[in-house]
Design a protein around this ligand. Structure first.
Ligand SMILES: CC(C)(COP(=O)(O)OP(=O)(O)OC[C@H]1O[C@@H](n2cnc3c(N)ncnc32)[C@H](O)[C@@H]1OP(=O)(O)O)[C@@H](O)C(=O)NCCC(=O)NCCS
Length: 175
């Protein structure tokens, strides 16, 4: 049964495989970014895990940043996806970005894991005392819209901003 966990070295092999697959695919997603050098990550996985968790409380924050937590959806030793939960919103994140970002390993998509990943992350948000969760996604991202709407997301509207090249949607989920 898949579960939401704190990132750990137990999932190293599967995680690296997933990131390589995402980078080869070149599609959307946080891990598909070329700024993640898989050879570097593999060479010192513990340092990478620390980097991922650098904004978790009680860490001190750089000016203008908020606390955030990284979670992985896993099944046994298999990595399925990740979510980043921002504990509060800056004015900029209220406009675009919201509380939660997520992605599912390409090989694991369209099997309901996206909806499960968001549902479990919303439970963590509730534990933190967040009452209303904002999630933004590109209007053309039908998968993400399905994930949000499947978790009760209520559409605020569709917007455009100079800083983002495509129309995007804001959804709210009341916990
Ligand atoms: C968006 C994403 C997380 C969806 O993950 P997933 O595991 O495929 O999602 P699910 O299987 O839970 O699907 C949720 C719903 O969306 C639908 N869906 C998923 N992908 C879809 C697609 N490409 N086109 C149309 N519908 C899609 C599913 O059929 C399902 O609908 P249902 O509730 O009617 O059954 C995944 O595609 C991904 O990681 N994309 C890249 C990163 C990204 O876009 N992150 C979100 C940023 S806002």
């Amino acid at each position: 049964m898949p579960e939401l966990v704190t990132p750990s070295a137990q999932y190293r092999k599967s995680f690296l495989e997933a990131v390589r697959e995402m980078q080869a695919e070149g599609g959307g997603g946080l891990a598909s970014s070329r700024t993640w050098d898989t050879d570097e990550i593999a060479a010192d996985f513990d340092a990478f895990l620390q980097h991922l968790r650098r904004l978790e409380p009680p860490a001190g924050l750089p000016e203008g940043w908020v606390h955030s937590s990284e979670f992985w959806l896993v099944d046994g030793d298999t990595y399925l996806g990740r979510a980043d939960l921002r504990h509060s919103l800056t004015p900029g994140m209220r406009e675009f970005g919201g509380h939660i970002g997520y992605e599912v390993w390409p090989s694991a998509r369209r099997q309901g894991y996206g909806k499960m990943l968001l549902r479990l992350t919303l439970e963590r948000a509730q534990e933190l005392g967040i009452e209303r969760v904002l999630i933004t996604c590109d209007a053309e991202n039908l998968g993400s819209r399905g994930v949000i709407e499947g978790n009760g997301g209520v559409l605020e509207g569709e917007f455009r901003l100079d800083l983002h090249p495509r129309p995007f949607r804001r959804y709210w989920i009341t916990l």
